[in-house]
Write a protein of this length. Structure first.
Length: 429
């Protein structure tokens, strides 16, 4: 059996799309295990940029099969737009994309509730407004509508109308929003069913059979570990489990099948939306990081908050995910800095903490211990081996490895697929 997970080790936006695309050259199947169209995985090949929100990042490798698992919540509009965009760019989707019949659907009322709650909340999370949270709420409440429900039109109609009746009360009486028309939504989703029917299958069986037959499977998460519903900076988190454990429940693959867990880590830290961010730089250095890294959300366009690399948070993420190796991205963004900060310790009320705190109040009142290391003040363009890197860049990488106890096997020097250092042969699963 051979399966691996690519997980974001920070607050998302680590560059998972590029890393999955790169490794996909050596795998048979790439499977997305959680989240929804709130993800924005960017892949650049020969200067051409592709942004994916739902379809796995392996789709640009022509021989790779791609799976959207049961743990993903699917927005039909976003999915069909993405399929159309890829086909317009010459990417074959038919016969290569498989969607779980157990996956839950995002409905129009989920998006309306998401936006309305965020507007009225006194403690806004900073969601993308794409209905992800409300869809997962309905899933947990056991009133969600799954793709398999579309096969029984009578059952689908009954569930839809009951949901809309309840949601209309909330939308009108609490949020003073317009009521939804169930007839229009039913017709829209039945039309969607016809268009995606060729892609629907039992992906749990598909993946387990693939692994049993000796095929290699790469599991792709969205967002990042520090946004995990259970292990992140709650309540400023996403509504699912981006951590490696979420891959098993989100795809129906047993943990015994997984051989490697690759944590994608940005060479500094960023965060979108609200919530604690210990190393955030609210100064010219933070602005410089944002400008050099073009730190704006691929999904929302919102500017990202920026700060130095937080090694304490990263070590926590390595532990929670069981990360076996790190893919370090955006090293080139640090090219212009003469000095670079690394957070190596947390102090709270005069006491040095052993790990990442569970509560936001502690995270917002930390004293941080920093190491300052020299920058390399030169371009990394064209470098293809670790030994060619400036000595200061090599030392920076070694310090991350020493602190986390984890090898950095891939180093990304630009968004482009080719601008990558792989230490040794491209990792085979």
């Amino acid at each position: 059996m051979s399966a691996a997970i690519v997980v974001g080790a920070q607050w998302g936006d680590e560059g998972k799309g590029k890393i999955v695309d790169l490794i996909s050259e050596k795998v048979d199947v790439v499977a997305r295990y959680q989240g929804g169209a709130n993800a924005g995985h960017t892949i650049v090949i020969n200067g051409k940029k592709t942004v994916l929100h739902l379809i796995p990042s392996g789709i640009l490798q022509p021989d790779v099969q791609c799976v959207i698992g049961n743990g993903v919540v699917i927005d039909p509009v976003a999915l069909l737009e993405e399929i159309h965009m890829l086909e317009e760019n010459g990417i074959t989707i038919a016969g290569r994309l498989f969607i779980s019949h157990r996956a839950h659907l995002i409905m129009p009322y989920h998006k309306m509730l998401d936006v309305a709650r965020e507007k009225q909340s006194t403690a806004a999370i900073g969601t993308t407004g794409r209905g992800i949270g409300p869809a997962y709420i309905d899933k947990a409440n056991r009133v969600g509508i799954r793709i398999v429900d579309l096969l029984d039109r009578k059952l689908f109609s009954e569930k839809l109308r009951q949901n809309i009746e309840e949601k209309n009360v909330v939308l009108k009486k609490i949020y003073d929003s317009e009521e939804l028309n169930p007839d229009e939504i039913e017709a829209e989703y039945l039309s969607f069913d016809v268009r995606i029917d060729p892609y629907i299958t039992d992906t749990t069986l598909f993946l387990n059979q693939a692994i049993a037959s000796g095929k290699t499977v790469l599991m792709e998460g969205a967002q990042g570990a520090l946004l995990d519903l259970d292990h992140g900076t709650y309540p400023f988190v996403t509504s699912s489990n981006p951590t490696s454990g979420g891959a098993c429940t989100g795809l129906g693959v047993p943990p015994t099948a997984i051989s490697r867990i690759i944590g994608v880590v940005k060479a500094y830290c960023t965060r979108v939306g609200n919530g604690p961010f210990p190393t955030e730089l609210l100064d010219a250095t933070g602005e410089q990081l944002r400008a050099e890294g073009f730190e704006f959300g691929a999904t929302t366009g919102r500017p990202r908050r920026c700060g130095w690399l937080d090694l304490v948070a990263l070590k926590y993420s390595v532990m929670v995910n069981g990360i076996t190796e790190i893919a370090l991205t955006k090293m080139d963004v640090l090219n212009s800095f003469g000095e670079i900060g690394l957070c190596t310790g947390y102090v709270l009320n005069g006491k040095r903490l052993r790990t990442f705190p569970a509560d936001c109040a502690s995270l917002e009142n930390l004293e941080l211990e920093y190491e300052t290391v020299p920058g390399w003040k030169t371009s990394l363009a064209g470098i293809r081996t670790f030994e060619e890197l400036p000595e200061a860049a090599q030392q920076y990488i070694r310090r991350i490895e020493d602190f986390t106890g984890t090898k950095i096997s891939i180093i990304s020097l630009s968004p482009d697929r080719e601008d990558t250092i792989v230490r040794g042969p491209l990792p085979a699963l």
